[in-house]
Design a protein around this ligand. Sequence first.
Ligand SMILES: Nc1ncnc2c1ncn2[C@@H]1O[C@H](COP(=O)(O)OP(=O)(O)OP(=O)(O)O)[C@@H](O)[C@H]1O
Length: 312
Amino acid sequence: MTEVELNTALDRIPEVAGRVLSARIERERPEVTIDVGGLASGDQQAIEARVRAALPADARILLTAERKQRRILAIASGKGGVGKSTVAANLAIALARTGLKVGLVDADIYGPSQPKLMDAPGKPEAYNKQLLPVATRHGVPLLSIGQLVEPGKAIAWRGPMAAGALTQLVDAAWGDTELLIMDLPPGTGDVQLTMIQKHRPMGAIIVSTPQDLALIDAARAIDLFGQAGVPVIGLVENMAGYICPHCGALSDPFGSGGAETDAAARGIPFLGRIPLTIAIRTASDAGEPPAAGDGADAEPFRLLAEKVAVLL
Ligand SMILES: Nc1ncnc2c1ncn2[C@@H]1O[C@H](COP(=O)(O)OP(=O)(O)OP(=O)(O)O)[C@@H](O)[C@H]1O
């Protein structure tokens, strides 16, 4: 059964109209969440029976009485190449592993790398003029600008065109997703500002490398969020400390601790340090984000998710 077939089957059940919070195929199995808030238990059971009869026998049907509001957490950086997308993907996965329903929106028009990072290159289907997020092996559905355009095309877009396309990603059929991690384009231009003003993230995390120049750019990103009235919930230092895989010696190609000092000076929480390791790069390039595994490289992302979860 495809997601479109699943949605069509649900459309034929009048009792669930307006109550389907999510309908997706997870590991080839239909998974449906239905809001039964305000219904007597007999009516809830009747709805469940109707849905069960309409779907394949292995379908998972979840009934919930609490419709949670979806929030957006923006992941930003002052400049490109600091590992913003890597942090966004791994944080999304680490948060999902804590039980939160997390989705990932890749709004990076200059280099949409999430389809590769999350190993989800397929094009999203649409239903009722809404995009259906693409399920990934890592438990975090994804919508990326890279799934909608040919490689290299999005970069040429002007502000309004980019903002229009990106809005489709945020306003998609996210169903019961509680938190959307939004991987913003690097920098502090119009597209970033429009996305922040239009979608009002509950907060932003700034990713920086430890060296001074990256921190100056990070300061600009912090200012941008400040002007838009979106709280910066913390700073993450990426590519800090390189452990040689041969001799085990620790070196600091970009320095170390710069982001922590900078965060302290600005009164922004410091959320953690992700080391520079070859394993993080090779795993990411292979569509196997380290946070999805249980190796040493998952640990910094697990710790980061723990800190972020309390700030949500
Ligand atoms: N901690 C790390 N250790 C090793 N490699 C890393 C680490 N973080 C990111 N990388 C690598 O650095 C490169 C850039 O990372 P990424 O694409 O996440 O950066 P970005 O800030 O999102 O860049 P862009 O601005 O191009 O979107 C990638 O090859 C990625 O695998």
